[in-house]
Design a protein around this ligand. Sequence first.
Ligand code: NAG
Ligand code: NAG
Ligand code: NAG
Ligand code: NAG
Ligand code: NAG
Ligand code: NAG
Ligand code: NAG
Length: 255
Amino acid sequence: MVARTIIIAFLVVLTYLSVTNASNITTDEASLLAFKVHIASDPNEMLSKNWTKGTHICNWIGISCSKKHQRVTSLVLKSFGFRGSNATDIGKLSFLNFLDIGNNSFHGQIPDEIGRLRHLKYLYLQMNNLTGQIPLSLGFLTRLQVLHLSENRLFGNVPLSICSVSSLKDIDLSRNYELTGSLPNEICTNLPVLEYISLQDNQFVGELPKGLNKCTKLEVLSLSYNKFTGNLPRDMWNMSKVRELFNRWNNFTGT
Ligand SMILES: *[C@@H]1O[C@H](CO)[C@@H](O)[C@H](O)[C@H]1NC(C)=O
Ligand SMILES: *[C@@H]1O[C@H](CO)[C@@H](O)[C@H](O)[C@H]1NC(C)=O
Ligand SMILES: *[C@@H]1O[C@H](CO)[C@@H](O)[C@H](O)[C@H]1NC(C)=O
Ligand SMILES: *[C@@H]1O[C@H](CO)[C@@H](O)[C@H](O)[C@H]1NC(C)=O
Ligand SMILES: *[C@@H]1O[C@H](CO)[C@@H](O)[C@H](O)[C@H]1NC(C)=O
Ligand SMILES: *[C@@H]1O[C@H](CO)[C@@H](O)[C@H](O)[C@H]1NC(C)=O
Ligand SMILES: *[C@@H]1O[C@H](CO)[C@@H](O)[C@H](O)[C@H]1NC(C)=O
């Protein structure tokens, strides 16, 4: 009796697992078609003529698939003049590692669902009209190397969770004008491979943390046009790799 109950429970769990994992190229296609529905303007008819049921999804414009598993790994729809508001369905492309929808007119918030893309390494959402706060869920993207959110209308505090994504090399949050927060003290410990960070044209505040020289790979640090205060830490001057440091228009003293 007990054994039977256990076996039944086991089967129930198995069924559950197979249902929740039932994603394949067909579900990728359904997700992209759902995403397409939310694109209100497609001036060059890029998607309306190309993303069609008759053609294999891996031949659609902007899509690349993995050879081995035939799953969508890359979505590049840069500079297509799209206007859209809801990219939630992209969060279901579970094998995506490269997402670039930069330089369009996507508005609304960055969907939390982007944080489900556990394979994502490159996230380019720059030059759109995205608003709201940067979602905490981006901190779940443990393989992320590039995060470009510049030139949108994002505001509020940048979630600390982002500073725990230790794979990040390149962070660009510039020209949102209303992002705020300060640089955490642990930045160099938590982001050991950071090479580029731009926070330019925002409302970042506070003093720069000591120990910035521990960011040994850092090459560009762009802090201009914010509200940083205090002294520039001495150890900043011997960050051996930094070739560009922009810190105009802050309230640093003694510079
Ligand atoms: C994907 O999975 C669905 C249901 O789980 C199935 O009906 C479909 O045939 C599968 N597609 C491919 C290409 O394997
Ligand atoms: C869609 O675009 C791709 C890439 O430009 C092209 O190879 C393909 O033939 C196009 N498909 C259709 C149906 O127009
Ligand atoms: C942005 O996209 C437009 C087309 O929609 C293009 O003309 C322009 O060159 C692009 N700008 C950049 C910086 O890529
Ligand atoms: C975005 O689209 C998804 C599915 O296509 C839907 O469930 C969700 O309610 C939409 N969100 C908004 C804010 O319209
Ligand atoms: C962004 O949104 C604002 C306000 O809704 C609008 O005036 C502006 O034209 C939009 N810009 C782009 C590039 O879509
Ligand atoms: C940078 O400064 C630290 C102490 O502030 C020192 O230990 C280190 O040797 C210096 N490195 C260089 C390259 O000057
Ligand atoms: C920065 O300095 C300007 C003038 O030097 C002052 O008006 C402003 O209030 C200061 N801002 C902060 C955040 O300290």
